[in-house]
Design a protein around this ligand. Sequence first.
Ligand code: DMJ
Length: 454
Amino acid sequence: MTKITSLLLTLLIVASCTSQQKEQKPPIEQEKQALADEVKAAFVHTWDGYKEYAWGHDDLKPISNSYSDWYGESLLMTPVDAFDTMVLMGLDEQAEEAKELIFEELSFDKDLSVQNFEITIRLFGGLLAAYQFDGDERFLELAEDLGNRLLPAFDSPTGMPYVMVNLKTGETSGSINNPAEIGTLMLEFGTLSKLTGNPDYYDKAKKAMVELYNRRSDIGLVGTLIDVESGEWTDTSSHISGRIDSYYEYLLKAYVLFEDEDFKEMYDESIKAVNKYLVDRTDTGTWYGYADMNTGERSRTVYGALDAFMPGMLVMGGQVDLAREVQESNFKMWQMHDIEPEAIDYTTMEVEHPAYLLRPENIESAFYLYRETGEAKYLEMGKTMFQSLVEYCKTESGFAELADVRTKEKNDAMHSFFLAETLKYSYLLFAPESTLDLDEYVFNTEAHPLTKTW
Ligand code: DMJ
């Protein structure tokens, strides 16, 4: 063989190896199925713990292997919240167990004063999604019964709901409410209207949102607390964190689910103000801070686990570049201590609130970005986050919150949103896209998928 032929041969071999390498999928893509199976195993582990130690109660206490009920009597928070995750994961046996328990034991005819928002997003949303997935009319009957019992919450002078409502008597309490609890009812009440043909639920939930929107400041921001009787703000601090967050989410999602243009207008106006006054680009990344709703002046540089929903919402609203930027910060926050704290000061990168409550938002945003861009980096982020959960939060019977992400000390608590949301978004990130088509479904804020069957 001449030198030239041998050189040509070498070049050919190198070229063919390079093209083979190019054809090879990045390794994380090949791990997707295994990761989805790991998430499913984490779910089954936790459901087994619930069955053994908390059956029939609201929540599992994953360290003492016992249970807790929010209001003294159980409203089956965990089984209702977890049901549609079981369906998505193909866990038929577990779904059957949950379904039997729900139909045998769930009753809302109880003299309990409950938090309208939490009951709506977890139970009302869970039952509606269960009905749409499963088709059993009893889910819809329970949802309708619950919707009727919650409806008196809207009977305030402004139409914005009270915080609490008694399931039996309809008595309301808590006139100082917040945008999240006022404005995160639309998908559930609206869906019930569409499914039953009774417009009342839709109209009341929409009026509440419009009343809130109409009280935005001249620069377009809302505050943290408002009196639903007088309509006056009692705390004018504006941000995207807890107590405001999902109001914006529902303005957008209500438009997507109901195709009601009013919501689009309100979302577009609101997000403009939020991105003008709250986005904070610093040396440490792109964050959303706090500002006074009237002046727009920065008041705090705090960001946390709840704020991490933002990239997911921005993707849905078409602002993908900004979503990417913020997700980098989300992940940076996660990496500070291998698991995210509830809140940090993003200028110093110091922990402000050290707990981790098994929250989903960071993984949720990675999921939306992966679906939108197909980029492996979002799978990598999801893998890191899920594996931290297993490493630091897993217990003999389930998963526990962390009291402090720096020491990894655990708390004896596990919110039902861990099964409804955290494991659902983790699973959907790794599972084939056909498991759930985002063009067909809109998630309520507790990750219950709702679809336009009307
Ligand atoms: C959930 O109940 C919902 O996602 C809500 O919108 C915010 N808080 C928790 C999860 O962190």
